[in-house]
Design a protein around this ligand. Structure first.
Ligand SMILES: *[C@@H]1O[C@H](CO)[C@@H](O)[C@H](O)[C@H]1NC(C)=O
Ligand SMILES: *[C@@H]1O[C@H](CO)[C@@H](O)[C@H](O)[C@H]1NC(C)=O
Length: 203
């Protein structure tokens, strides 16, 4: 009975926590103007190519809209075409559960204008189609606003990143060499053992 009560209480609590603390993407105002140096359809190579992101407060919103803004986090996000059949990249309105934007580009204190950051695409970024989104956080650390390089449907100004393949090739070569070396050593070992055996018999 007590166990039931406890279970019910924790269910209710987690439900309330969900409602009260789960900031949703749809509740955020798009008050930042975000642009990227990438051209639509451009292909960037991971570990090598760079992109420059700029962001600023959209002045058509009333002055003071941004008075509680504290920090900005710029992220690389999967475009819908790269989310199909991949639950681990799924878009969820509750930002705690959203998997759209998994790669941090940069985090900076909020400033209404003159923000820019040049980023070399990190080596571990997977091949996919992306856009850039910036989240604004208030002093509680809650998301308060955003801006992105694409439209609401995430269909324009998308770019691609091509993962590194060179590293895998050299790893493969290394493992082939290692296996060949192991096989040769193994045969060598048997040969030596056999020889030893024969020598022992001859004595
Ligand atoms: C600024 O915000 C207004 C209102 O939401 C919007 O119509 C306009 O396109 C935005 N400007 C830019 C440059 O994104
Ligand atoms: C923008 O930033 C650059 C470089 O940090 C600086 O030289 C320039 O004065 C800034 N402009 C404004 C309007 O703050």
């Amino acid at each position: 009975m007590a166990a039931h009560g406890f279970l019910l209480a924790s269910l209710v609590l987690s439900f309330l926590a969900e409602i009260c603390y789960g900031v949703t993407f749809s509740s955020l105002q798009r008050t930042l103007v975000v642009t990227s140096s990438t051209k639509a359809g451009e292909v960037l190579k991971a570990g090598q190519d760079q992109l420059t992101v700029t962001w600023s407060f959209n002045e058509t919103f009333p002055a003071g809209t941004d008075s509680a803004y504290k920090t900005v986090k710029v992220k690389l996000c999967y475009a819908p075409v790269s989310q199909v059949d991949r639950a681990w990249r799924k878009t969820v309105d509750n930002l705690d559960k959203d998997k759209t934007c998994q790669f941090k580009v940069v985090a900076k204190p909020y400033s209404p204008s003159n923000n820019s950051f040049t980023w070399t695409v990190e080596k571990d970024i997977p091949t996919a189609t992306y856009f850039v989104r910036a989240y604004v956080y208030n002093s509680n650390g809650d998301a308060a606003a955003f801006g992105q390089t694409t439209d609401a449907h995430k269909t324009i100004n998308l770019f691609e990143i091509q993962a590194i393949t060179g590293r895998h090739v050299s790893l493969d070569i290394a493992s082939v060499c290692f296996s060949a070396f192991s096989i040769v050593s193994l045969f060598g070992f048997f040969y030596m053992e056999k020889r030893k055996g024969k020598l022992a018999q001859q004595k």
